[in-house]
Structures are given as structure tokens and as C-alpha cells.
Ligand binder design. Structure first.
Ligand code: GLC
Length: 738
């Protein structure tokens, strides 16, 4: 067997040979990504490709057009270099899966990998060979619209799902016809945009950057992600597209990333808008020296890079390195050997198998948050046979488009099955279904539809409300300063509650909403995110117990917007709130002396706890957790902590339990979070089944960036929980010894 040469970068000879033949202008042409003309080859684009001024086309998904562009690139340009064809395939292509935040609620890497695999297959059929996903920004501020696109607030869960997405898009063989290059974005820290306002500044402390925001990208690189996209945002005054310390220092020098770095749309030109540079000449220089290989949409490289090289402001070697990264991806994709797509060789988009997978993904993504008892019976699962009349209320109960969520450029709403459609399919003809939208849309304050909704509820044994956000209210640039239910929807809930009919509230949203005023007043609450093409059947099958809920929150749900940012891995502070010290604004005596209340960390006007904690979710049974145990109370720095806990299904139904391992480092050279997720396992439990769950936690997983910013484990005492969510469980103590 020939020994594998790890010293020479992949395709080094082929890249060097090609590079030697390219003029400086042709090299710079490879660094340009331009927008497609939407289903045809414009004369300008054809000319640009033929003249070698284009390395990639974005947003062209018409297969014949893509093949025509590849033909020009391969057979009519001087060097025959094929094109990268990029598209945002975020949570599906024609078949739409739950939004990534919803998929994260499955806590199941297989769900994410399977969805990415199917999305890649459907996109590759159209000639797409590069997706701008997974988006792995840590999202702890639901005012920010892009929390919908990520995997939530936790670095460990996000890192695990990032790797799964990369595997799904790229498979183990990037040259496969249905494999597409993935892109970890947005590097880095975009989720910390101040006040949750998109594109706003981020000011992330060095330790938080290294312990919270970077780990998912490290995991994606470790998983072999083919590309990385820079963020729009500036980090401590340096916009990502000009941040050499991160793009070259961390990504390349520290992590050894040899893939392609692409700017976000127009973000190089925006360096001048930020005020980091005076003009596009300066922006091109900053981005090239920082390590941005390809320019998306703006043309500063095309306009200025040649002169920057000739004038010595950018070394030719730097441009060669950038072009090499582009060519390496094209070689990795096998584009020189197979530049064209053959749509007929792919399964039809939106086929039953793909839709079945979208249904299964939705079933595992929808979180049951409350389920109350009436006459000692839980309201859910509903018994179809016991119903004569069901009221279906809300603007999202029968909207094939809105349930798909944000970033579904190619989503085909024809494949959608809504809640109402699924109810009609599931319930016997004897059951009367009364439909009343209640409000025209989720933002509307028009209450003229309330009367119909109330009448429908009054006549029914149960009222199913499907409320939340239209898809336009989340996603890029769609941020909200108040994340409660928009429009008149809360008042609609009140009106229906007033009828006395049991209310099942199903939320479709692209973020964590602040539902304090209604969450514990409805009789059951299901959080469906935007559940994708088959969200309707998934919701209905969960409501009627065909499927048992197993999802868990990937984000903390706030009570009110004012609690944001609120996340489980908070610091303890020097004055933590305790039940004894927390005082409600409603309990303050007149003229209360200044020092008589408070003095610890809480808001006077809201309970300090979140509405629902990270990792929370109910099932149709009850799983009891025994206290965890640890095999050795003392573990060496090079050792492994062996933890276990016995869990028991105390109910009459099976459950898929997401058993979570949290750890707290009690004392550090810097303050440490009160809990950090370090592992999780999905465990299927039959009724009555007891299972001992084991976690083998390498001590190295306890490392963090200490006082001197080096990554290390610091000996000392730790607490560990094996629990159903971030606010539950009892801990066991262990020590790490030097
Ligand atoms: C957008 C987004 C980015 C996306 C790109 C191409 O502005 O920030 O996530 O991949 O442009 O559509």
C-alpha cells in the first residue's frame, strides 16, 4: 500500500501545475463569486465565465443553466476550470425539514445528518455543489432573527450537530455526485450581535469567544468541513472579513484548516461601511491579508487585487494561497472529472422517502412543554374516539408556506401537509372539525375573527390553537425587540380560554418566544418551531399519541423579553439569587428602605428562573432519575470520569429519554458556569423499564481557557449531574488531581 503523504497538501501537484498557467487576472477571477441570472445564462455572465473572471456562481438552481455555465467554464475558457455552484440549502431543498433550531430540539445527530443528506441529494440534482450551511453561531438572544438557523445556545450540542450536518452534506466522499461542500458559518460570534439586532457589533470577551463561540467551528473543521464563511459583524471593532487573527491565526495556523474561506454577501465591500477602511481598495487589501479567499457578490478583489499585488500591498504568494484554496475545493469535489449534473440520475425531489424523513425529523423536533390533568387524566394524548367536535383555531393551522420557516429558497409548499389537513386525515368522519383562523395573520391586531373562534371553541370538546410567528418574522435581518406572541394572538388565547373548553396551544416560531402570560394557563403546550413540510402530520400524531414526544429545548425559553440574554450556563456571580432573597415587585412594602430588598442577582418584576430551561421536554410517561454515582471520587488529569445513573420509566408508555450530563467546575482561575453540558444519550425505555446509563467523560473535556487564556484542565472539585434538563437533578462530587 503506498504510504499516505500527510506532508503535502491534497492535490498539491495539480494545483501547482494549474497555478503556474494562470495569469494574475485569471487567478483573481477564481476568487470571485457572482450571482446567477435565475434560470438562464446571461450574455454578461457567459462572457465573464469564458474570460475566466468567475470562480463560482451563487443562486442558480436550474440544472440546464448550471450545466450550460459549467460547459462554458470547462470547454470555452482558457484553462477549463469548473465552477463552484453555491446555494443556501439550510434545512432542506424541495423537501423542507424543521428549521435547524427545531432539528436541534431532537438532540439527535442522526436527524440532522439525515436531513442534510437528503437536502444535498435534492440540491446536487440541480447542479448545486456547495451549500452555505450549517449555520453554527451560538444563539442566546432570541430577539436575533437568525437563532432560527442555528442549533441553539450550547456549544457542546451545537458542535455535535455541526459535525453531523457536515457528514450529511459531504458524506465520506466529496466526489460523490450527491455530495455537496458544506460551509460552517458565520465565523465568528455573529450570534452575540448586541441587542439581538442583526449585523450589530459584537463584544465578546476572549474567554467566551474561545469556550463558547469557537468550539462548534472547531468541531466542523474536525469533521472535515470544506469551507467557512465570514460573519458580517465586527468583533471588538474588527469585522470578521478583516480579522486575520481569527481567519489565519485560529482557523489555519491553529486548527490546520485547508479549505476555502468565503466572505458573506458583500461583506468585504462593507468593511468601508463599517469604517474600518476608507474605500474598496482598502477593503480588498484588508480581506486578502486577513485570509478571505473568495468574495461573494461584491467585486473589490476584481477591481483592486491586481494593483494591490503589483504595488506590493498584497504579496503574490497570498493570492496564490487564496487561489489554491479555491482550486483545492474544486479538486476535492471532483469537478474536473465530473463538472455536470445529471438530474435524471437522482431521485425525484420531494419523493415519499424524503417526505417520510421530514416527518420523522419533525416528530423528534417538537417539544411537549405542558400537559395538564383534568379528572386525573392528562389532556394529551387526545383520544380520537372520544371526540365529537374539535375546534381548530389560528392563522398557522392551515398554512402550507408559513410552517416551512425561514431560508427555504427552494422549498416546495406543494409538499406541505398542514395541521388541519392532518386532522382531517386522522380523525374519523364522525368528528366535526370547526375551523376559525381567529386573526388574519400572526401580526394582525384585527379581532373581528374572535367571535367565530369562540363559537367554535364553545361547541368543541377541545380547541387546538396553532399560533406563533409567520416565517418572515425570523431569519436574517428579521429581529424583534419584543419576543412575545405578535399581534392579537395572546388576546385570542384569552378569548378561547374564557369558553372553558380545554385548550391545546401549538406554537410555530423561529425563536424562543416569551409566553409567561399564557404558557401555564392553556391545558397543553407544544413547541413546534417551524416544523417543515410534514409539520402538520407530526404535530397531529404527537397530539393523538401515534408518536410520543421526545424533543428537548435547545434554548432557554424566557418568561419575558427583559430576561434576555438568558441561558443555563450562566455564571454564579458573587450574589446569586436565592428563594430567600428574591422579592417580587408586588410584595414590596411602601417606603421599603433601600437595603431591605434585593441585594442579590434578580429582576424585581419577574421570577429569576426561565419559563422553561434548556434541555426541558415532557414525554407521555414519567422517567425517574436516581442520584448519579461516580466510579472514582478522584481522577487524574489524564484520566476519565466514569459516571452513571439509573433511570426508571414509571409510566404506562414507552419513552425516548434524552439523558443529559452536566458538570460544574467549582473553583477556577476564572469564574466558571454553574453548569455545562458535557454529554447526552437518547435512551429508549419500555414501560417500567429501569436502565443504568453510563458516561465516560475524559478529564480533558473539562478544559477551559483560564486566567492566562491557555486551554487547560485545572485540578479541583467538580459537581456532575445526570438529569432530564439543565435545572434538574442532584449532583455527585468528584475531584481532578494533578
Ligand atoms: C446572506 C447570509 C448568509 C448567506 C449568504 C448567501 O446574507 O448572511 O448566511 O449564506 O448571504 O445567501
Amino acid at each position: 500500500m503506498p504510504s499516505v503523504d500527510h506532508t503535502t497538501p491534497p492535490f498539491a501537484e495539480r494545483i501547482a501545475e494549474l497555478l503556474a498557467r494562470l495569469s494574475l487576472d485569471e487567478k483573481i477571477g477564481q476568487l470571485q463569486q457572482v450571482a446567477g441570472a435565475g434560470g438562464h445564462v446571461s450574455d454578461d455572465l457567459a462572457r465573464a465565465v469564458r474570460e475566466g473572471r468567475v470562480g463560482s456562481v451563487i443562486n442558480e438552481v436550474h440544472a440546464p443553466t448550471v450545466n450550460a455555465l459549467q460547459w462554458i467554464a470547462v470547454h470555452e475558457s482558457r484553462h477549463g476550470i469548473p465552477l463552484l455552484i453555491g446555494r443556501d440549502v439550510i434545512h432542506g431543498f424541495a423537501t423542507v425539514f424543521p428549521i435547524p433550531l427545531g432539528q436541534a430540539a431532537s438532540w439527535n445527530p442522526d436527524v440532522v445528518e439525515r436531513g442534510a443528506r437528503i437536502a444535498a441529494r435534492e440540491a446536487a440534482a440541480c447542479g448545486v455543489n456547495w451549500t452555505f450551511a450549517p449555520m453554527i453561531d451560538i444563539g442566546r438572544d432570541p430577539r436575533w432573527g437568525r437563532v432560527a438557523e442555528g442549533y441553539g445556545e450550547d456549544p457542546y450540542l451545537t458542535a455535535t450537530l455541526a459535525a453531523a450536518a457536515v457528514r450529511g452534506f459531504q458524506t465520506h466522499d466529496l466526489t460523490a455526485p450527491d455530495a455537496i461542500a458544506a460551509c460552517a458559518k458565520h465565523f465568528v460570534g455573529y450570534g452575540a450581535s448586541e441587542s439581538g439586532r442583526d449585523y450589530n457589533s459584537t463584544n465578546i470577551a476572549p474567554r467566551e469567544l474561545r469556550d463558547v463561540h469557537l468550539p462548534p467551528f472547531a468541531a466542523a473543521v474536525q469533521a472535515g468541513v470544506a469551507s467557512v464563511m465570514t460573519s458580517f459583524s465586527d468583533l471588538d471593532g474588527i469585522p470578521a472579513s478583516a480579522n486575520r487573527d481569527l481567519l489565519t491565526g485560529v482557523l489555519r495556523d491553529t486548527w490546520g484548516f485547508d479549505g476555502l474561506v468565503v466572505s458573506d454577501w458583500d461583506s468585504i465591500r462593507q468593511l468601508a461601511v463599517h469604517g474600518l477602511t476608507a474605500d474598496e481598495w482598502g477593503s480588498a487589501r484588508e480581506a486578502a491579508l486577513a485570509g478571505v479567499d473568495m468574495e461573494m457578490a461584491s467585486t473589490t478583489y476584481a477591481a483592486h487585487l491586481a494593483e494591490l499585488v503589483r504595488s506590493g500591498h498584497v504579496p503574490l504568494a497570498q493570492v496564490d494561497a487564496m487561489v489554491s484554496n479555491v482550486l483545492r475545493l474544486k479538486f476535492r469535489l471532483g469537478l474536473f472529472e465530473r463538472p455536470f449534473t445529471e438530474p435524471a440520475s437522482f431521485p425525484v425531489a420531494g419523493n415519499d422517502a424524503h417526505l417520510d424523513a421530514a416527518y420523522a425529523s419533525a416528530c423528534e423536533s417538537i417539544v411537549l412543554l405542558t400537559n395538564t390533568q383534568r379528572e386525573h387524566e392528562y389532556l394529551l394524548p387526545l383520544a380520537a374516539g372520544a371526540l365529537q367536535r374539535v375546534a381548530v383555531i389560528g392563522p398557522l393551522a392551515d398554512d402550507p408556506y408559513e410552517q416551512l420557516g425561514t431560508w427555504i429558497f427552494d422549498g416546495d409548499a406543494q409538499h406541505s401537509r398542514t395541521v388541519l389537513q392532518a386532522l382531517r386525515h386522522t380523525l374519523p368522519d364522525s368528528v366535526q372539525i370547526e375551523v376559525a383562523p381567529g386573526v388574519p395573520n400572526t401580526r394582525s391586531h384585527d379581532e373581528s375573527g374572535f367571535a367565530d373562534a369562540v363559537r367554535a371553541a364553545e361547541r368543541a370538546e377541545v380547541a387546538i390553537l396553532v399560533l406563533g410567528e409567520e416565517s418572515i418574522l425570523s431569519g436574517e435581518a428579521h429581529c424583534r425587540a419584543d419576543v412575545s406572541l405578535p399581534g392579537a394572538q395572546e388576546r385570542l388565547v384569552e378569548a378561547v380560554l374564557a369558553t372553558g373548553t380545554p385548550v391545546v396551544l401549538v406554537i410555530m416560531a423561529g425563536r424562543a418566544l416569551a409566553l409567561e402570560r399564557i404558557a401555564h394557563r392553556v391545558h397543553a403546550l407544544l413547541y413546534a418551531w417551524h416544523p417543515g413540510s410534514l409539520g402538520g402530520p407530526a404535530i397531529v400524531d404527537l397530539l393523538f399519541g401515534v408518536v410520543a414526544p421526545s424533543a428537548r429545548l435547545p434554548v432557554t425559553l424566557p418568561r419575558v423579553t427583559g430576561q434576555i440574554p438568558i441561558y443555563y450556563a450562566q455564571k454564579h456571580t458573587g450574589k446569586p439569587a436565592t428563594p430567600e432573597t428574591v422579592v417580587s415587585i408586588h410584595d414590596i412594602h411602601p417606603r421599603a428602605p433601600q437595603l431591605s430588598i434585593g441585594n442579590t442577582s434578580f429582576h424585581l418584576d419577574v421570577d429569576p428562573a426561565p419559563l422553561f430551561p434548556f434541555g426541558y421536554g415532557l414525554t407521555y410517561t414519567w422517567v425517574e432519575y436516581d442520584a448519579p454515582s461516580v466510579q472514582h471520587a478522584e481522577v487524574a488529569l489524564t484520566g476519565t470520569v466514569e459516571l452513571s445513573a439509573t433511570i426508571t420509566n414509571r409510566g404506562a408508555r414507552a419513552a425516548d429519554e434524552v439523558v443529559q450530563l452536566y458538570v460544574r467546575d467549582l473553583v477556577g482561575s476564572v469564574t466558571r458556569p454553574v453548569r455545562e453540558l458535557k454529554g447526552f444519550q437518547r435512551v429508549h425505555l419500555a414501560p417500567g423499564e429501569r436502565r443504568t446509563v453510563h458516561f465516560s467523560l475524559p478529564v480533558s473535556a473539562l478544559a477551559f481557557h483560564g486566567r492566562d487564556l491557555t486551554l487547560a484542565v485545572e485540578p479541583g472539585r467538580f459537581h456532575a449531574w445526570v438529569a432530564p434538563h439543565a435545572a434538574a437533578g442532584t449532583f455527585v462530587e468528584f475531584s481532578v488531581c494533578a
